[in-house]
Design a protein around this ligand. Structure first.
Ligand SMILES: Cc1cc2nc3c(=O)[nH]c(=O)nc-3n(C[C@H](O)[C@H](O)[C@H](O)COP(=O)(O)O)c2cc1C
Length: 199
């Protein structure tokens, strides 16, 4: 069965604009594929920051891990397995202070595991997650796409590619704070793209 993983990273949880667009698309995709929808909400269930202790757990050989280290690794393993099991990933991505939500960065820090999601070779790093399509619903108060102030897109694309997810499409809803007309226009364009993609 087609599994869709929807990841919300808005600080407003499911009511955030990025979460709403992600949910709209994920539901349409689930309906058209007869698929199963799994939702991870990083506001409702935040992932702890990566600490030296947690990072040490990742790099300690499995047979030598303490109970605490085993627990830390199991948390990261579960997030990675959830991604691995998904056929399609739908990410709600608000821009906060020019970057990604800190909750999303914390989540990403649990996904980057040498020997598990990437490995280094003589030719450079190789992502180890199986290819799957990723749709990113990027919402912004201002307009940034295609300009120097959009550091978010490059970062998210780079990170996902690093762990093997190279097939990424961004759907932007920008200028949401520029007035009701701009907002309505941007949301209508995003919804039109959702209809196209889910058809
Ligand atoms: C804390 C915070 C920081 C924000 N920083 C930016 C920013 O740097 N650039 C921008 O264009 N919009 C910024 N915005 C506006 C949001 O990107 C916009 O409201 C977006 O729709 C939020 O998505 P959400 O409702 O899914 O959280 C910010 C909003 C908040 C709440």
């Amino acid at each position: 069965m087609h599994t869709i993983l929807q990841i919300n990273s808005s600080l407003f949880g499911a009511t955030g604009q990025s979460s709403k667009l992600a949910a709209e698309f994920a539901a349409a995709l689930a309906a058209s594929t007869g698929g199963r929808l799994v939702v991870r909400d990083l506001e409702q269930h935040p992932v702890p920051h990566l600490t030296a202790e947690r990072f040490a757990a990742f790099t300690t050989p499995a047979a030598e891990r303490s109970l605490d280290q085993q627990r830390h690794v199991a948390e990261s393993d579960a997030m990675i397995e959830e991604l691995r099991a998904a056929d399609t990933i739908v990410l709600g991505l608000p821009m906060y202070n020019f970057g990604v939500p800190s909750t999303l960065k914390a989540y990403f820090d649990h996904l980057a595991r040498a020997g598990v999601t990437f490995r280094y070779t003589a030719e450079g790093p190789v992502g180890l997650l199986n290819a799957k399509r990723v749709y990113v619903f990027a919402t912004r108060g201002g307009r940034h796409a295609g300009t120097a102030t959009d550091m978010q897109t490059a970062f998210v694309r780079q990170f996902l590619g690093f762990i093997g997810l190279r097939d990424v499409e961004f759907i932007y809803a920008e200028g949401l704070a520029l007035g009701p007309d701009h907002r309505a226009q941007a949301l209508a364009a995003a919804t039109a793209r959702i209809d196209q993609l889910a058809a």
